[in-house]
Design a protein around this ligand. Structure first.
Ligand SMILES: Nc1ncnc2c1ncn2[C@@H]1O[C@H](COP(=O)(O)OP(=O)(O)OP(=O)(O)O)[C@@H](O)[C@H]1O
Ligand SMILES: [Mg+2]
Length: 508
């Protein structure tokens, strides 16, 4: 077979779920030695196309060929045995085994008396070295390494199984910049060895940094296939959203509306802290103000947000709400004081997959009211109508199981859950993560509008541009401390924050 033949070819693939044409006549081909990115808005069908390829979903029509022969896999394991590996973000590894055992699972080297662990660990080490990961000791327990490294271990395992196709669906959404570089190093190495890589990400910079080829989907339909260097970013975005990209302008600064934080803050904490978690921090949020929390991953942004909401109990400090001393020592206390917290971790702490969109949406309102007084059907219906429309959730069907919504739409429902409690202060932890560029602009506009109506907002994001464009003031965190506070203005950019983080502590 010549190298120019695709390893995977999908033609005219269609899949319909009750009420949704998830894929209609979609084509996709993947060549050895390339990184091919699937692009499209939330709900465009990217994950569904992947599941069609690996047999998780049955296709209604179309053909799938691997190495020129028609194939229909019965699921991930079956696809894996044909050399097509999927590494999910929530890696499917065994926590209680070592790194080496995980890499070699199913391929352990056996001697006369069972598994030869010395040889198995050596082989694991070789596999890791092959990906430039020689620093990871195969004997370490898996649970002792970061999630980012676990993902690389999962890739190593796929390579031990001699995979020729590696599928990565949003692998970078919770990695920091260094971890992304580490992953990209591994991806490039594999590509150079001839592995075909199917990649999905909403981060345009990453897409342009890593991909050779792009396939764009829109609303379950195939838009086209392009060589990455030949497609400009604005063209790509217009193809994704199907119109000229005017919302890009909306992604720019919202600072024009800046309120002037004068008078007494709505929320004011002095020395708010928790031992071994967050050093005491002073933070004020005025009504109608967006205060950004910036810092690198692990700097304590989320932890500070959790203290504000009462998800973790502070052990120092004094909190005033509307100028009255208040204790916010539990989430219920937070809720009853009209503070809401939307978590960054939508899969583990956020959505409940087996409940409907409606049940997920009303959850926080119901919790505040107490379970003894259930919301009526009508009240639930009203909440759904308002927030599904306001946040442009697609499909806007309250009776659908939330696990069947695309990732970005799940995120919107989660935001709706907290907005439905009509909070006076909302802490938003990465509300736009995993969200496509159009929906992101919508959510940013919603946040600006909420502040415009007088809500106080604490906005946490790892995208500094977004923090700068939305916040009136920016609290900068590093090593679980507040290292500074920036009043936003025309001269403030992402650089300003980066400089502060980089120089802090280096000056005598
Ligand atoms: N099991 C299912 N049952 C019903 N509908 C589904 C199911 N899986 C996906 N869908 C629907 O199919 C469409 C495509 O979803 P998919 O998850 O493929 O989107 P995506 O492009 O991966 O989006 P995102 O960027 O948000 O992850 C959506 O409308 C989604 O609600
Ligand atoms: Mg998806």
């Amino acid at each position: 077979m010549a190298i120019t033949e695709p390893i995977v070819e999908m033609e005219a693939i269609s899949i319909e779920f009750p009420g949704v044409k998830a894929l209609q006549n979609v084509n996709f081909r993947l060549f050895p030695g390339e990184v091919h990115t699937l692009m499209g808005e939330n709900g465009a069908g990217k994950s569904t196309l992947i599941k069609a390829l690996t047999g998780v979903y049955k296709i209604d029509s179309g053909t799938i060929s691997v190495l020129g022969a028609p194939r229909a896999f019965s699921g991930t394991a079956d696809a894996q045995s044909a050399g097509i590996s999927t590494v999910y973000q929530e890696v499917n590894l065994c926590d209680n085994l070592s790194v080496g055992e995980n890499v070699m699972l199913g391929h352990e080297i056996r001697g006369r008396f069972g598994i030869n662990w010395k040889k198995t660990n050596e082989a694991a080490h070789d596999a890791l070295v092959g990906l430039g990961l020689g620093d990871i000791d195969p004997r370490r327990p898996l649970s002792s390494i970061s999630l980012a490294l676990q993902q690389l271990v999962a890739i190593s395992r796929a390579m031990v199984s001699r995979s020729r196709v590696l599928i990565l669906d949003e692998p970078t959404s919770s990695l920091d910049a260094n971890e992304v570089e580490g992953l990209f190093g591994v991806i490039r190495r594999l590509r150079d060895q001839g592995v075909a890589i199917l990649f999905v990400s909403h981060f345009l910079d990453q897409v342009y940094a890593i991909s050779d080829r792009l396939t764009v989907l829109r609303n379950g339909e195939y838009v086209g296939e392009y060589m990455t260097p030949e497609l400009s970013r604005s063209d790509l975005i217009s193809k994704m959203i199907g119109r000229d990209f005017s919302t890009l302008a909306a992604l720019g600064s919202n600072r024009g509306r800046a309120v002037h934080a004068t008078g007494k803050p709505f929320y004011s904490a002095k020395n708010l802290g928790r031992k071994g978690f967050i050093d005491p921090v002073d933070i004020d949020v005025h009504a109608g103000e967006v205060v950004g929390l910036a810092g690198l991953l692990g700097s304590g942004r989320t932890e500070l947000g959790r203290l504000i909401y009462g998800a973790d109990r502070p052990d120092t400090g004094e909190v005033r709400i509307s100028d009255a001393i208040t204790e916010v020592h539990s989430p219920i206390a937070g809720l009853s004081r009209k503070i809401a917290f939307s978590t960054e971790n939508r899969r583990d702490e956020g959505i409940i997959g087996d409940l409907t969109v409606r049940e997920n949406l009303v959850l926080a309102v119901q919790a505040r009211r107490g379970w003894a007084r259930p919301l009526s059907k009508r009240e639930q219906g009203d909440l759904c109508e308002k927030y599904l429309v306001e946040l442009n959730v697609r499909p806007a069907d309250p009776e659908r199981l939330i696990k069947n919504l695309s990732g970005g739409n799940q995120q919107k429902v989660l935001l709706g859950r907290w907005l439905a409690t009509r909070p006076e202060l909302i802490v938003l932890d990465e509300p736009t993560r995993g969200i496509d560029i159009g929906a992101k602009a919508e959510i940013q506009e919603t946040i600006a509008a909420l502040a415009g109506e007088g809500m106080s907002v604490v906005f946490i994001s790892s995208e500094l541009e977004e923090v700068v464009s939305l916040s009136e003031r920016i609290v900068v965190m590093k090593d679980h401390r507040k290292i500074g506070e920036i009043v936003n203005g025309p001269d403030v950019t992402a650089e300003t924050i980066v400089d502060l983080i980089a120089t802090e502590g280096n000056v005598a």
